[in-house]
Design a protein around this ligand. Sequence first.
Ligand SMILES: *Cc1c(COP(=O)(O)O)cnc(C)c1O
Length: 481
Amino acid sequence: MFRSARYEEPLLCDLSMVTSKKPQKVKEIPGSLMRTKSISLPNIDETQVVRHFHRLSQMNYGIDSGIYPLGSCTMKYNPKINEAIANWERFSCLHPYQPISTVQGTLQMMYELERYLAEITGMDAFSLQPAAGAHGEFLGMLLTKAYHQQRNDNDRIDVIIPDTAHGTNPASVAMAGFNVVEIPSTDQGMVDIDLLERTVSDKTACFMLTNPNTLGIFESDILKIASIVHDAGALLYYDGANMNAIMGKARPADMGFDIVHLNLHKTFSTPHGGGGPGSGPVGVTKKLEPFLPVPRIIKTKDGFDLLYDIPQSIGKLRGFYGNIGVLLRAYVYIKLLGKEGLTEASEIAVLNANYMKEKILKRCPDYELPFKQLRKHEFVLSCEKLMKEKGIRAMDIAKHLLDYGLHPPTVYFPLIVKEALMIEPTESESKTDLDRYIDALCMIANEPTEKVKKAPYTMPVSRVDEVGATRSGILTWKQIP
Ligand SMILES: *Cc1c(COP(=O)(O)O)cnc(C)c1O
């Protein structure tokens, strides 16, 4: 029995009740029910089983195998102590219906994490509930709606988004019932201030922006942008998926943002990909705090509690309180790195991206860099020249990188760069690893076209029908012919 030292309740992962059950006596089976043929199952010995699963495990590629520079996704190293603590039974065995008095430590962790995120972003209050970045965006849009409704400003139905935005931005906007108004960027790869000025109106509910943007460029006119948006009576939303570029350096609140979401699974080190698990906490300034979803975590004179009675709240966003495991990993990560560590992480992430960018441009002129601005944590190359001259596409390069034992970058995003390779090395990589990646990219550009176009050669699966998979996805095992 696991028993907590402080509380009387047993924790809920107690398996003793299950394992101590006596086996039931088997009753006689009637002859008519007895099998006539012996059971036909393969006999596999342990060695074969171990080798099978070991081989499968080696087919996987993760950040522990090598560099994973998937732009926009911030695939940084996830310290093992995060896992150890997130798997600690004191947390992993908790049940959401346990009495509040028995989960004080978890509530304290969440309360403190909210304060740390507020410190990092400059926002006044946070909700830890959203389960992903996109979920945070959706909450942000619900808060936007509640804010305008409370002011009887009910005609604000447009949300403006630059054409560099992540695909989740317009999707969340549409899901929340707003119109998506997309504005093209300038030839500098930044928000077109004049166009924004002409686009905002008394119909504008919000402007959504990530800064640095998905090209890795910091929107240096952000204060001007904020005043245009605010003067029009709209709110400014920060897609914080790119926070890894500016932690400890600059705060979205000081840039004039009213609402932010962070991707804890990206910036604050939870293994992610394949759809989960994630956490996309949302932070707001004072004027939006009354609308945050319930329950809120509060500090009372006796400890911590969950507050449900908040009249202006948008209500519940999801079951229970958030992805506790991801919150714990972020909490441990922030505690371990501290203010110097977090700042240094961003500095090295930016240094690594710029080192790679400069060296690739010098050494392999086949890759081009549209937009000349300084970059932050990521940069987007174009392979258009390679396509025109040799017929090699971004996807071919991505596939051939696999033969070099390297994970490809994000391809074909953001949409405004033709044949895009979006590279985000993060702070985790050594100079040796960055150099190896640069070498591979340069070598691929010089290989025969036919060879690159047939890559990969070393993978269990070669090219897959990605368009077919999107258009007519088989989503359950039952449909497999
Ligand atoms: C990843 C990402 C998102 C969405 O986050 P999810 O957690 O995948 O839903 C939004 N915006 C940007 C810029 C991103 O990189």
